[in-house]
Write a protein that binds this ligand. Sequence first.
Ligand code: PEP
Ligand code: MN
Length: 337
Amino acid sequence: MLVVMKREATAEQIAHVIAAVAAQGLTPHPLPGATRTAIGMTGNTQAVEQSLFELLPGVAEAIRVTKPYKLTGREMQPHDTVVTMKQGIVGPKTFTLIAGPCSVESEATMHETAEHLLSRGIRFLRAGAFKPRTSPYAFQGMGLKGLKILANVKKATGIGIVTELMDVEHAEALEEMTDIIQIGARNMQNFSLLKRVGKCRKPVLLKRGLSATLEEWLMAAEYIMAGGNYDVILCERGVRTFSDHSRNTLDLSVIPPAKALCHLPIFVDPSHGTGKRAYVPAMSLAALGAGADGLMIEAHPDPDHAASDGAQTMDFTALDKLLETLRIMAPLLGRTL
Ligand code: PEP
Ligand code: MN
């Protein structure tokens, strides 16, 4: 249910509705709008009686939300979410790049990458310290040492950090040093992890699961928002199909329906989406054209010697070339890069 307040509703009346929601054992979610405030509620397993709220002072109407995803859906919030961070905003009219190696490697590599990105105006460095690898014998990431390297690079350069959280036990350490918490494709439906990041005070980049439908993906985002963390960025990274010409099938066709149903920003990861660095530029431009709000790209000073995912990782020359084209294309589509 969504309780829409009158334009002239006072702060006391809004607080009164919030208390009335809590009194029903439900969780209130105040949603301030440009002209009026709405209060969403979650936690009910059965229909909530509309008249409980409609008669309260300052209330314009109480609306039933028909979709199973309440907080992520446009029924509850028609306008696009803008995620605001120190490094800038993510959302409509902008096109944000996140780039960097698949894994955290040496401090020198991470510094070199951060310096390059910043010199090109890219404000977010990605790299995993905890890696979800198919094989238990493959490099599993540097773990806490990797987080320390990322923290050092951030301190020295000011670059924003995006890194993956794989286990609840590392949530605190990771939340403290990162700017965006990444939830990987394999953990899209790890509900304990989703609930935990719902309590974090950092934006979450939620990758789409390997075979997740749009609704399953939005419901995963719903878990995070239901916990009180409204800064969620979706990230399409390719799904599993019969096609074997690429590592995954980058499903850009999910962007228009995702945008129609949901107000959250959506990124595209063309590196995992294709698995081959030669295909990353074309799919990056296609993502921009399809309405994505940004890209997450794997880039490394020497991709052939990267600790993981080298085949899909761009070197800096290729990244620069792509960036040049994006800078021409983005403004034509009403976005600043
Ligand atoms: C990654 O970003 O390095 C990663 C492991 O991505 P995904 O979860 O999409 O496979
Ligand atoms: Mn990777």
